[in-house]
Unconditional design. Structure first.
Length: 347
């Protein structure tokens, strides 16, 4: 699985201005770290980190990038920040990114994921320096029919829960801006991306399988699973980020042929159930237990089958995932075990 990837394209980011929303989040902190190491001038725009052990803080990124704490719902500040910075590249990752909290607070979910995205699109529209724009949504933007085959980029959008609906709406809005406004800016390459479930070191969010399992194991508590048979396209955080970076480079060089929507995920042979992932963690840590939760009185809908077809990314971008599901889980658990043993990022 996985082909050797030519990383020469990364040189395009050297000495370029890159604006990144959501840089204090899990995926955003990894992307900010990578762009900074590549040699880009990075400006991050996001809310304060929530978790105590936030990856952004662990990396001390506030010391190495332009770090702005602000809300994407603040359209005036967002537009001014972008105009002042004059970025060449924009990556949009800021979001309310969890399904169950979207049931508890749908208003904030829609305000952030829909109107926040509109604000970002308006800022890009009004900033002539932007040459490459990667707009990240989610694999949950598709109308999920519980198919055994993967969803393609031209499949129907929709959402049963507020989070999924907000991401489908964000995609529809992106398409409208592309056809109504970006069409008149041929020098701008703009693409939306949908990635499968991402795991990896640095994720401490509540209601996500890996950090929830780690916390349960550390507290010597059972790992309670709501839907142990649910399957997901698990991939390491570095997999889709490599896709975003490759796509951004191609958009910069050839906006006409790379603008549009793109899926990034593992092949169907690498799908694992939630129970398999949790048990793998218990086996690797050498402690803990897995059980089905009986406390599901809200009966919130959660997808059972969800995977992506990534033929477009394979054939037109030359992007392929490099790690199998088992390697992905192992690499992820190595990170948390090193954190537990205070051995990671020693200075």
């Amino acid at each position: 699985m996985g082909q050797m990837v030519n990383l020469d394209y990364l040189s395009i980011f050297q000495n370029k201005r890159v604006m990144l929303t959501g840089h204090t989040g899990f995926k955003g902190s990894w992307l900010a770290f990578l762009l900074n190491k590549i040699g880009a001038e990075v400006l991050g725009y996001a809310l304060d980190p929530i978790e105590k052990q936030n990856h952004f803080n662990l990396l001390e990124l506030d010391k190495s990038i332009n770090h702005i704490i602000a809300d994407i719902r603040d359209d005036k500040k967002l537009k001014k920040t972008m105009k002042d910075f004059q970025p060449d590249f924009v990556f949009h990752l800021a979001a309310q990114a969890l399904v169950r909290p979207s049931y508890n607070d749908p208003r904030t979910t829609f305000e952030t994921n829909v109107m926040g995205s509109v604000n970002l699109l308006e800022a890009v529209r009004d900033c002539d320096s932007v040459r490459s724009f990667v707009y990240v949504t989610s694999d949950k933007c598709y109308e999920n029919n519980e198919w055994v085959w993967g969803y393609r980029e031209n499949d129907r959008l929709g959402g049963h829960d507020p989070y999924s609906a907000s991401k489908a709406a964000a995609e529809i809005i992106f398409s409208a801006y592309s056809k109504s406004f970006f069409f008149d800016k041929p020098e701008l390459g703009a693409a939306s991306t949908r990635a499968g479930n991402v795991i990896g070191g640095g994720d401490w969010a509540l209601d996500r399988i890996i950090p929830d399992c780690v916390r349960a194991i550390q507290l010597n508590e059972p790992i309670y699973l709501r839907n142990p048979a649910a399957t997901r396209p698990w991939q390491h955080v570095l997999e889709p980020l490599s896709g975003y970076l490759l796509l951004a480079a191609r958009l910069f060089e050839d906006p006409e042929n790379y603008s549009g929507s793109w899926n990034f995920g593992p092949p169907s042979s690498e799908i694992r159930t939630v129970a398999e992932v949790a048990q793998h963690m218990v086996d690797r840590f050498g402690s803990g237990s897995v059980t089905k939760s009986e406390n599901n009185h809200h009966h919130y809908h959660e997808a059972q089958l969800l995977q992506l077809n990534c033929d477009k990314s394979h054939q037109l971008l030359g992007w392929y995932p490099r790690w199998s599901a088992d390697e992905t889980i192992e690499k992820t658990l190595d990170w948390y075990i090193q954190i537990q043993n205070n051995r990671i990022y020693d200075r």
